[in-house]
Design a protein around this ligand. Sequence first.
Ligand code: AMP
Length: 219
Amino acid sequence: MRLIIIGAPGAGKGTQAVNLSERLNVPHISTGDIFREIIEAGTHLGIEAKSYIEKGLLVPDELTISIVKDRIAKDDCKEGFLLDGFPRTIPQAEQFDEFLDNNDIKLDAVINLEVLDDVIVKRMEGRRVCKVCGRSYHIYSNPPKANGVCDFCGKQLVIRDDDKKETVLERLKTYYEKTTPLIDYYEKKKLLLHFDGTKAISETTEEIMERLLKKQVVS
Ligand code: AMP
């Protein structure tokens, strides 16, 4: 199964993507996580990506697309994938479609998680992420079992640099300018499924699974 999950920063894409990739047994591919890994590794591309990410801007399309194509070409994506945070612009979506067509791959659905801005700003202030496995928590709504420690790998939880309030507002602006046109783009292709991202995490996961079943994406 080949899925994309879109939504504003802080809408819960990463959290839902982790749940769904476990349930559907497909790799979770987060461009944000890939960028954070190459930044941590200090590569040339990482240094370039960091200069955009820390300002709340998007990494240029060319670099982002080549990273996604390389990742999708790996063996574990043969049976499917769940893309989280990509595409984020119309040129990314168009070039990705061309890549999929050339490789005879069809998308099954695009999941759109909807959350209002004021909820997003509050969420991002309390968000903590695991430095190692990338899992997200929230100090109030989805706390880890032990304070500041990841439930899954036991490593330290941190506040992402780009979760500072000014950067969050910039990221939201970028989202409205560059990413929201994708809603129309995928609606026209009859791939879009809308979900209320303000419900409890597990409730939203169940709703998504149910809709995917109805769309007969899941057998
Ligand atoms: P995320 O973890 O998905 O919120 O991504 C963190 C940051 O990485 C974003 O604010 C962007 O700066 C960058 N990024 C992630 N995915 C993309 C993408 N598809 N295109 C451009 N930049 C991206």
